[in-house]
Design a protein around this ligand. Structure first.
Ligand code: ACO
Length: 377
């Protein structure tokens, strides 16, 4: 990769590593976790089963499932983390992902996470498991503290998805909401070499500890071009109000040079399979916003095809992801943090893989400044 011919802006199309965690077949509109179609898995398996698959490389037997889930939510957060959460929840504007970055730093230190170059595979797996479990506990605590409420510990008899909604609202959610959020969480576990996953792997490749890699990944996910779009997509639906206003609204925004949030994807130029899946999940929720979202999707797709011919702009995961989360009663400023929760499983799977067969990421850049100049006296 030494000459200009190999330069690709934004690393578009560049293969940066080999992986067995999963992949995307962009022209077919398929993505997979390990060696299973992720949409099929989503319809048949629990979040915990898919988490097991991602960490261990195969689906669990009944005995393995029992061992994996035994007492996972019978835990408390380390004291240092519990102490820091109220301070974070009072700091600056409400920004859960910014607070999560700090909290995960403290968590990594409290767990004594060691550089991946020094930690054994068993230590790393233990720390990765603990981090997946702690993530929703910390996030829901920050949410409740920011609302002036006390954090709620998870219920050991609840699944990951049930606990997620329970720890935010303080009440067990309805069955249809638990079902919908589980589908959303599974759908967003992993997705190729996206920006946050790549960030996590770059940090792990330096030998840093897994806490550092997750903190970096959270930062990358927080940007609107990556994970920050679902609440913006819903804000657009609020602004559009009724389907008859959609075409004019979208045309005006695109003519002003704005991006339509929840549309477009760097890799897919066909419909995003996650969007299709979550649209079906949204339909099953029978919430008023679903009909508006479906009608606006149709109009926006046609309008974008007219205004941006040949760009193949369809809804991405964030559009119906936002609709599903809204139907589950998740506050909008918790949408991207919810995405971060499930993506933690993907990030950590990649971090473990990178650590297991490491080669430091060290690409080159193409200098485009002035010719070298003599230093003025
Ligand atoms: N609305 C309007 N136009 C768009 C959109 C959009 N959402 N997305 C791309 N385009 C247009 C661009 O303006 C550009 O047009 P031009 O050729 O006339 O200049 C053309 O399509 C190609 O755009 P690129 O920027 O090259 O596409 P890229 O691959 O970088 O974009 C991205 C991918 C960043 C996701 C983009 O589609 C976007 O900004 N979408 C809105 C934000 C969003 O939904 N983000 C969530 C992504 S999913 C995820 O990360 C989990």
């Amino acid at each position: 990769m030494k000459n200009e011919a190999n330069f690709s802006r934004g690393l578009e199309g560049v293969i940066a590593a080999e992986t067995k965690i999963g992949g995307i077949r962009e022209s077919e509109g398929i993505y997979h976790y390990r060696y299973y179609n992720a949409v099929e898995l989503n319809k048949k398996r629990s979040f915990e089963d898919v988490w097991f698959l991602m960490f261990r490389g195969h689906l669990p037997s009944e005995a393995e499932r029992a061992e994996f889930t035994e007492g996972i939510f019978d835990v408390t957060l380390p004291e240092e983390v519990r102490e820091v959460l109220p301070i974070l929840a009072r700091s600056g504007d409400t920004s859960y992902l910014n607070w999560m970055r700090s909290a995960i730093s403290v968590l990594g230190a409290a767990y004594g996470c060691r550089p991946v170059t020094d930690a054994s595979p068993e230590d790393m797996m233990r720390d990765a498991m603990r981090m997946v479990i702690a993530f929703p506990m910390i996030l829901s605590s920050l949410y409740r503290l920011s609302q002036g409420k006390e954090p709620i510990p998870p219920r050991p008899d609840f699944s990951y998805a049930q606990n997620y909604l329970y720890m935010i609202s303080g009440e067990p959610a309805e069955e249809k909401q638990n079902h919908a959020i589980e589908r959303y969480l599974i759908s967003t576990i992993d997705h190729g070499f996206n920006a946050s996953t790549f960030t996590a792997r770059v940090i792990a490749s330096t030998g840093a500890d897994i806490g550092a890699a997750v903190v970096g990944a959270i930062g990358a996910l927080s940007g609107p071009l990556h994970g920050g779009a679902p609440s913006r997509a819903l804000a657009m639906l609020d602004a559009i109000q009724t389907p008859d206003r959609a075409e004019a609204w979208i045309t005006d925004a695109v003519e002003k040079g704005e991006r339509i949030m929840g549309f477009g994807h760097r890799v897919y130029k066909v419909e995003d399979p996650r969007s299709k899946l979550l649209k079906e999940v949204a339909k099953g929720m029978e919430e008023p916003i679903v009909d508006l979202a479906i009608e606006v999707e149709e109009i926006a797709t046609a309008t974008l095809a007219r205004l941006k011919p040949g760009r193949k702009l369809f809804t991405n995961v964030e559009y119906f992801g936002g609709v599903v989360m809204e139907g589950c009663g998740i506050p909008r400023d918790m949408f991207t943090p919810t995405f971060a929760c499930s993506r933690t499983v993907g990030w950590l799977s990649h971090i473990l893989e990178q650590a297991g067969d490491n080669r430091l990421f060290r690409p080159r850049s193409l200098y485009k400044g002035k010719e070298l100049q003599p230093i003025p006296d």
